[in-house]
Ligand binder design. Structure first.
Ligand code: 2HA
Ligand code: ZN
Length: 276
């Protein structure tokens, strides 16, 4: 059967849209940021011959837990700025081979490009998220400016950091009731940072990389993007608030509990003072 044009696949369109938005927001300068999107075989099959492997790409770590799974991923060293005008050079569709250590390239990553250098963090985070939510499909990393800046001026305690973000906009607690996790500063692209990020991903969909950026996860592109966008907005408000001067009033824990009840969500245990 004749295959449909891959550029019309909804997930290709979503990747183009999100990378363009991330670039436009200034969170992904140069080759900053990476996105991976878990695809169902049924979503790929109408567009690509699944037996037509363009290239085999070896990996530095074992992703056996994901063998046979399909992803669309951004390319290593590629600029989000360029994804829209040259999708097949800047992204690729891959399948994890039987050995767990090789990728079958089915489309894209033209001119010998390879998937994002942060693939260990992405794959390990996918495994973590899937273990707590089988519907998770997106892992997204970017250099959201105000969150990044806050890792210089705010104490890097997960409870304190989460509380500050929750206090900056009423919606924050509702959007990420589980809070934000923080790993130590580590070298990007390594298995070590992958393991640290993935460990946190079992608890929270947001993980902060000090002096670097942020990771977000979600069932959909909108969820992952909206999550980072909301935390980043809170960080932006924090930046303005600090610049404007002393805080005269804020969201109290009593307010936050009222919100939690109104929206039927459970705040991370211990992050709010006990209810009176
Ligand atoms: O791919 O953002 O963390 C560029 C990065 C690495
Ligand atoms: Zn980065």
């Amino acid at each position: 059967m004749k295959k449909l044009d891959i550029l019309s696949a909804p997930y290709v369109e979503e990747m183009i849209e999100v990378t363009s938005n991330l670039y436009r927001l200034g969170w992904d300068e140069r080759n900053g940021g990476n996105v991976s999107y878990l695809l169902d075989e049924k979503e790929v099959e109408p567009f690509l011959d699944l037996n037509d492997v363009q290239r085999k790409i070896p990996m530095i770590f074992d992703a056996s837990g994901l063998k046979g799974r399909y992803f669309i991923v951004t390319g290593s060293g590629k600029y989000f700025k360029n994804v829209q005008k040259a999708p097949s050079e800047n992204m690729g569709i891959i399948r994890i081979a039987e050995d767990g250590k090789t990728l079958d390239l089915l489309w894209g990553l033209e001119n010998d490009a390879v998937p994002t250098s942060e693939l260990p963090s992405h794959f390990m985070s996918h495994l973590s998220r899937l273990s707590v939510n089988p519907k998770n499909r997106i892992i997204m990393h970017n250099h959201a400016s105000h969150l990044l800046a806050m890792t210089f001026t705010h104490e890097l305690d997960e409870r304190a950091f989460t509380r500050t973000l929750w206090q900056m906009c009423t919606e924050c607690l509702v959007v990420f009731p589980e809070g934000i996790s923080i790993i130590p500063w580590l070298v990007p692209g390594t298995n070590e940072i992958g393991i640290a990020t993935a460990e946190k991903m079992k608890e929270t969909r947001l993980v902060l990389w000090p002096q670097h950026g942020v990771y977000g996860a979600g069932e959909t592109m909108d969820e992952a993007f909206g999550l980072i966008e909301t935390a980043e907005k809170a960080a932006q408000v924090f930046t303005y608030v600090k610049a404007q001067g002393p805080i005269l009033q804020t969201l109290t824990d009593e307010n936050l509990w009222k919100l939690a009840h109104a929206f039927g969500i459970t705040p991370h245990p211990g992050y709010l003072e006990d209810e009176k």
